[in-house]
Ligand binder design. Sequence first.
Ligand code: NAP
Length: 286
Amino acid sequence: MTQHFIVIGNPIAHSKSPEIHTLFAAQTGIEISYQRQYCPDDAASFTAVIEAFFQGGGVGANVTVPFKQIAYDCCAARGGLSEHAKVAGAVNTLLLNKTRLQSGVPLIGALYGDNTDGQGLVNHMLSLGWPLKDARIALIGAGGAARGVILPLIEAGIASLTLANRTLNKATALVDELRAASPVIHEQQIETCRTAELDGQFDIIINATSIGLSADTLPLSDNLNGHYAYDMMYGRELPFLQHFSARGAQTSDGYGMLIGQAALSFERWTGHAIDVVQATKTLHSR
Ligand code: NAP
C-alpha cells in the first residue's frame, strides 16, 4: 500500500525533498508518494493543512521555511516533542504518536514533532570521516540552523564550542537560552564572540549563517584556521569553503546534511534504515 508524505513550505517549488525520499523508497523497496505542499504563511493555515493531511491518512510530513517554529508551537501546545526539537525550538519532521491516537485523543493532539537537522549534520560529518570526538568547534551564526546543531554536536562528544555571530548579543542570548533548556548544554563550555573576532586554530569551522544567500562575505580573521570547514549552504559557489580550502582545509557543503536529515525523517516514519553514503553518491551523480 502506498504511504503518503509531504514537505510543507512557502516557497516550496525548489524543494529537493521529493527526489531524495523517492530514492530512499526505491532503496528500501517501499511504495511512497511524497509531494511538495504549498501553504499560506500563517499558523491557522499551517494547522489546517496538517490536520487535513493526517486526517486523510498521511504518514509523515517534513516542515521547512517559514513553518519550523509554527510546527514546534503546534506540537508543544497539542502533541509531543523530541528532545532535539525541544532544544532547537523548531520541528522539521511531523508524525502521529500511535499510542496517543489509540488512547482516543483527537488527531491533532497526537501530533509528534522531531528535529533531525542537527543530527543530519553530525551524521554527514562522521560519514566523511571528520573526527567530532574531542574536536574544537567554531560555529558561525546564531539563527535557527546554529541553534539546531548545538545539542547534537555536544552529544557527539566535542571538546569545546565557540559560537561566533555578527550580532554578539544574539549569540550570548542563544547560549543562555540553550543552557536553561538542556542540562547537557549547561555542562558544556561555550564561548561567544563577534564573527570578525573569531581567531585561532580549530578542528572544524562551521558556517551556519545565511550569508551564502547574499553577495556579502564573512569578515574572517587571518589568524582563523581549521582542519575542516563546513558550510550548511549548498547548490552554489561558497566563498567560505574556497577561503579555507586555499588554506589547506578539507571542506564540505551542506547537501549531505540535507540528505542526512531526510534519512532520519524517513527512518522515523517507516522504520527502514537508509544507506546514506550510497544515496548521496546516487544523488550527486544526477
Ligand atoms: P537565520 O535564522 O535567518 O539566521 C541567519 C544567521 O546568519 C544569523 O546568525 C545572522 O547574523 C547571520 N547572517 C546573515 N547575514 C549575514 C551577513 N551578511 N554577515 C554576517 N552574518 C550574517 O537562518 P537559519 O535558518 O539559521 O539558516 C542559516 C543557513 O543554514 C541558511 O543558509 C540555510 O539554507 C542553511 N541550512 C541548511 C540546512 C541543510 O540541510 N543543509 C538546514 C538548515 C539550514 P545576525 O544574528 O547578526 O543577523
